[in-house]
Every structure is written in structure tokens, then in C-alpha cells.
Design a protein around this ligand. Structure first.
Ligand SMILES: [Zn+2]
Length: 444
């Protein structure tokens, strides 16, 4: 049984799905006003890894991740570029999915767009206003968080201490600095939708609660996002569901932040690197491997050096796959190894332990030719979403065959034959490197 850390309860606990055999997940997706950065890559990989593991473990998973396609930043970007806001949102969404596809991240089962759900949001806000839980001000409609039971659950602080720590804002119409906007009245020239309180657009926190409950229903299994969304975004989503008397997520899953060269990723530091550049400049699988090597709740550091090291590790895995993909397909994976994989992942998704096991199996297979261990390693790599290239990519079948024969010759300590095969490969135009995983080829 998978155990996960639940932010709401502050403990690791068993995932007990609402519907046996099925798991429903909602993860906050991007606001599409710029290219995705590396932190987005990490967040989205965390959910891809969770989803793939649940499927490997036999669950039927429904994964929803939204696209926020209307927002202040989109409007600002459109004004700067002098283009329609819809064009900015569409372009950035295309970039988003291009980067995610390069990372081997599967698309969500549903990717609701905020602009497609405005009616549902207006209806929710209307019910909250009717019950006296939300109120109008000069610039929009706000939720009165003082009336929400358990506000502060995800922040891990009671309402009073949150209130004393809150910034004093310019908006003096608000009853409390913690009250948040559900409906923003449009300023002249801004995109807007009709509503009883005046034309405007929904607040971000209202989007996710409406889309999650609509697509996954009350009491869905897992809600998540980066740790920075825990408060106020997730707190405020939850507050609206509680105010409505509806059961929201059963478990809250938050992943840690990403650091670049030791500095926390933040726009103010000016070190937000574009994920599109990363997937062009490095093997995208190296980034996935780095994400797997850190526990999802830990901070994770990225630098050129660690990306280079991970790239080498991925190349070793490719060499291993080239050697074993055909022969290991004929045998059953070592059941004890798969059991260890399951135990690691069930323990709050311990991907560092799972990756350690993967490399241990690769070493065993390379050293002993143990095909059951090789089959387990290939299955584990697949379950983690690491697509190994047994075909060698741009490396021809003839060269692959020579490399395989060379590995056999070296294993048999027939260095004369191994050297002759190296010469053949060089003559075919390859650079040949010896690694603990075997012969590695690169186009010269
Ligand atoms: Zn959200």
C-alpha cells in the first residue's frame, strides 16, 4: 500500500482511495504567460512519477491538471507585446506541452481551462454570497475566511496567527487581510465575463476548486502542487469547498522547490531558466533522473555539473539497455527486485532508493549477465518513466551488433578481439568509450 506524506495532517499515511482500485489526482497547472522554467519541470515530473507508479501498481488513475488561461500576468504580457491576450495564452500553452513532452511527461487525462469554467465559478461565488460567506467590495467579491472552519489547516497555523502575520493591504474594504478575491471587477479594456456583481473575471483560487470538484467529484483522492502553493492558494481553494459544505481532497501532496547553483529558484534572483532551453541543451532524461534522485519533498539543486553527471548516468543505462533489451525480454524480472522497488516507492515515494536499486541491478547484470536482474532493471526504469534507448538512437544496427560482440569479448578477456572490434567501429565513424556498463558509442 502506498504511503504518502499528507500536508493537511503532517504525517505519512496510507493512501486509501475513495473508490477501490482507482486514484483521482488534481495538480495545479501553469498560468500561461511565459515559457516554463525548471521549477515547473520538477513539479510536473513529481506528478508524472506518482501517476506512473500508481499505474504500475495496478491502479486506474484519473489525472487532472488545469491551465490558467486568464490572469493579470497574461493581460500584462499581452499589453507589453501588443497582442490579444488569447494569443499569449495559446502560445505559452503550446510551449508548456512541448517542454513537458520532451521530459517524457504524459498529458493529463483532463486539462480544464479556466476560461471554460467561468459559469461554474460564477455559480459557486453566487452561492457563497447568498449564504453570507462572501461579500462585495468596490473592486470585487471576497471570501470571509473568518467564517470557514479550520482555516489555516494547510498553512499549519491557526487563523489568529495567520492574521497577525498578514500584510496590511491597500484595500480597506476587506474585512480581514486574509480574505481573498473570488471575482475581480474588470478595469476598462480588460477581458471580462458577465456576473451579478459586475463584469469581471474569476480569482485564481476559485478556478481550481470548481474544476477539481467538477471533474473528480467530492472527496477526490490527492490534490497537489509545489510547496509554494500550500498557502495561500491551496488553503483558499479548500476554504471555498469547506464553505460550500463539500468534501475536498482527501490527501494533500506537495513537492519541494528547485534550486539552481545553490540559490532558491525565484524570479527576483533572475535565475529562472527556461525549460525549453534545458531540454534543447541537455538530454531531457538527465533532468528526470535528477528529479528521481532527490526525494520529492526535499529541495533539489540543479547545476551544469549535476546535469552533466546525470547525462553520463543515462548513457550508461542506454548501454545497458542495448546489451540486454533483447535477451532480458525472454525472461521474467527478478520478483525479489520488483518487491524491493515496490517497498521503496510505497514508502512515501522514495525514488532515491528506487534509483539506487536500479543502478545496483544494472551493475549486477553487467557483471554476471544476470538476465532476471536486467529484466527487473528495465521494468523499473520503465515504471519511473526513464525511456532507455536500446536501439541507440542515431547509432546503426551494424554498430550496435559490433558493440555487443565487443562487450562479450571484453567479458571473456579476449582483448585482441575487443581491439579489432573497436577498430571496426572507428572505421564506421564512431567514437568508442569503455565504461563500467560496456561499450559506449557516439557519432564521431
Ligand atoms: Zn490550483
Amino acid at each position: 500500500m502506498l504511503h504518502l506524506f499528507d500536508t493537511a495532517r503532517g504525517v505519512v499515511r496510507p493512501l486509501e482511495p475513495r473508490d477501490p482500485g482507482k486514484v483521482s489526482i488534481y495538480a495545479c497547472g501553469p498560468t500561461v504567460y511565459g515559457p516554463p522554467h525548471l521549477g515547473h519541470g520538477r513539479n510536473t515530473l513529481a506528478y508524472d512519477i506518482l501517476r506512473r507508479y500508481l499505474e504500475w501498481a495496478g491502479f486506474e488513475v484519473t489525472f487532472v491538471s488545469n491551465i490558467t488561461d486568464i490572469d493579470d500576468n497574461i493581460i500584462k504580457r499581452a499589453a507589453t507585446e501588443d497582442r490579444p491576450w488569447t494569443e499569449v495564452a495559446e502560445r505559452c500553452e503550446v510551449q508548456w506541452y512541448r517542454a513537458m513532452a520532451a521530459l517524457g511527461i504524459r498529458r493529463p487525462d483532463h486539462d480544464p481551462h479556466a476560461t471554460g469554467y467561468v459559469d461554474g465559478m460564477v455559480a459557486l461565488i453566487g452561492r457563497l454570497v447568498e449564504r453570507g460567506l462572501a461579500y462585495e467590495t468596490g473592486d470585487g467579491v471576497y471570501l470571509d475566511v473568518g467564517q470557514v472552519d479550520g482555516y489555516g489547516l494547510l498553512a499549519g497555523q491557526p487563523l489568529e496567527s495567520l492574521r497577525s502575520g498578514a500584510r496590511i493591504e491597500a484595500n480597506e474594504d476587506k474585512r480581514s487581510p486574509l480574505d481573498f478575491v473570488l471575482w475581480k471587477l474588470a478595469k476598462p479594456g480588460e477581458p471580462s465575463w458577465p456576473a451579478p456583481w459586475g463584469d469581471g473575471r474569476p480569482g485564481w483560487h476559485t478556478e481550481c476548486v470548481v474544476m477539481a470538484l467538477d471533474l473528480l467529484g467530492d472527496g477526490f483522492d490527492i490534490h497537489g502542487g509545489g510547496l509554494d502553493l500550500r498557502f495561500p492558494h491551496h488553503e483558499n481553494e479548500r476554504a471555498q469547498a469547506v464553505a460550500e459544505g463539500r468534501e475536498f481532497a482527501r490527501l494533500w501532496f506537495h513537492n519541494g522547490m528547485l534550486e539552481i547553483d545553490g540559490e532558491k529558484m525565484s524570479k527576483s534572483l533572475g535565475n529562472v531558466r527556461n525549460l525549453l532551453d534545458l531540454v534543447d541543451e541537455y538530454d531531457p532524461r538527465a533532468f528526470r533522473l535528477l528529479v528521481l534522485q532527490a526525494h520529492y519533498r526535499s529541495p533539489m539543486e540543479v547545476s551544469d555539473a549535476v546535469l552533466q553527471a546525470a547525462t553520463t548516468s543515462v548513457q550508461r543505462l542506454d548501454s545497458f539497455a542495448r546489451r540486454f533489451a533483447t535477451s532480458a525480454a525472454q525472461v521474467d524480472a527478478d520478483p525479489a527486485a520488483l518487491e524491493r522497488f515496490r517497498a521503496a516507492m510505497d514508502d512515501d515515494l522514495s525514488t532515491p532508493a528506487a534509483v539506487g536499486l536500479l543502478f545496483e541491478l544494472v551493475r549486477t547484470a553487467n557483471a554476471d549477465g544476470d538476465e532476471a536482474a536486467a529484466a527487473a532493471a528495465l521494468e523499473i526504469a520503465g515504471a519511473l518513466g526513464l525511456e532507455l534507448r536500446a536501439d541507440g538512437g542515431d547509432i546503426g544496427d551494424d554498430a550496435m551488433e559490433l558493440a555487443r560482440r565487443r562487450d562479450d569479448a571484453r567479458a571473456a578477456k579476449d582483448f585482441v578481439a575487443a581491439d579489432a572490434l573497436r577498430d571496426e567501429l572507428v572505421a564506421l565513424g564512431y567514437e568508442v568509450a569503455d565504461t563500467p556498463a560496456g561499450t559506449e558509442l557516439r557519432r564521431a
